[in-house]
Write a protein that binds this ligand. Structure first.
Ligand code: ADP
Length: 256
């Protein structure tokens, strides 16, 4: 498991200290799909970066229990951040190349991933020849090329239009249902969180805390139509209410 225990984070800035996270605890099981939702600035990205090791922890602990100690991590960010001068296949293979020579089997795997992502035939194109949604699909392939056990995704579909977003969620669901990777997914979309996750954590802002945890008991495999079911709507509604309530509490605290 990934055990996050009483984690806090304070950024020291020129204009003073910013408490980004305060006393956050959660456990993530191997193979679990977890989403973090909450208003901008509640520390979702900070938490993800701390789990990845990109950001230091001010206090508390993030540990992995024995079965996950050697797990590898892949990260996907909101912007695809592809290298403009590399062809798509070479962009996907970048993390392999950073480790050394590229074996033929990895080239083959990169082609397979691009095919799963609906990009067969685009292997030799350059990023500028693709739409934003296609570029983001390439960045997901790049995160998957080394077959990481843990996938950390920071609003990966945030910059996409609604239809492309739906396609990307479906793609991610199908990959996850086959591979059962551990995924921690930051999103602004409650519907996306409910569709994809086993567990949704709602975070509240200033300082960032977990205000509530929701288990998503909707059976899998989940098809896009599940969004129109009553249980889906009810859960999304409860999560939205929680976020609104947190916002009201924060506003009252700041005005009082
Ligand atoms: P979210 O992802 O939920 O929008 P962030 O983790 O990006 O939230 O930010 C949480 C808080 O920490 C915000 O108030 C933000 O301004 C602040 N913050 C984030 N990164 C830094 C940084 N590198 N230096 C100073 N403050 C930061």
């Amino acid at each position: 498991m990934i055990e996050i225990s009483a984690v806090s984070k304070t950024y020291n800035t020129r204009s003073g200290d910013v408490v980004a996270l305060d006393d956050v605890s959660m456990t993530v099981r191997p193979g679990e799909f977890v989403s973090l939702v909450g208003p901008s600035g509640c520390g979702k990205s900070t938490l993800l970066r701390m789990i990845s090791g990109l950001e230091g922890i001010t206090s508390g602990r993030i540990e992995r229990t024995e079965e996950m100690v050697n797990s590898t991590i892949g990260m996907v960010f909101q912007s695809a951040a592809l290298m403009p001068w590399r062809r798509l296949l070479d962009n996907v293979l970048l993390p392999v190349q950073l480790k050394g020579r590229i074996p033929e089997s990895k080239r083959e795997h990169a082609r397979e991933l691009l095919t799963i992502a609906g990009l067969a035939g685009f292997e030799n194109k350059y990023p500028f020849e693709l739409s934003g949604g296609m570029q983001q699909r390439v960045s997901i392939c790049r995160a998957l090329i080394n077959d990481p056990d843990i996938l950390l995704m920071d609003e990966p579909f945030g910059a996409l239009d609604a239809l492309t977003r739906d396609d990307m969620s479906a793609l991610l669901l199908s990959i996850w249902e086959k591979s059962h990777k551990t995924v921690i997914f930051v999103t602004h979309s409650i519907e996306e969180a409910v569709l994809l996750s086993d567990t949704v954590y709602v975070m509240s802002a200033r300082p960032g805390r977990i205000s509530r945890r929701f288990d998503v008991d909707i059976p899998r495999p989940r098809l896009a139509d599940v969004k129109y079911s009553q249980e889906f709507a009810e859960l999304a509604h409860r999560i939205r209410d929680q976020i609104t309530q947190d916002g009201d509490v924060a506003a009252a605290r700041h005005s009082g």
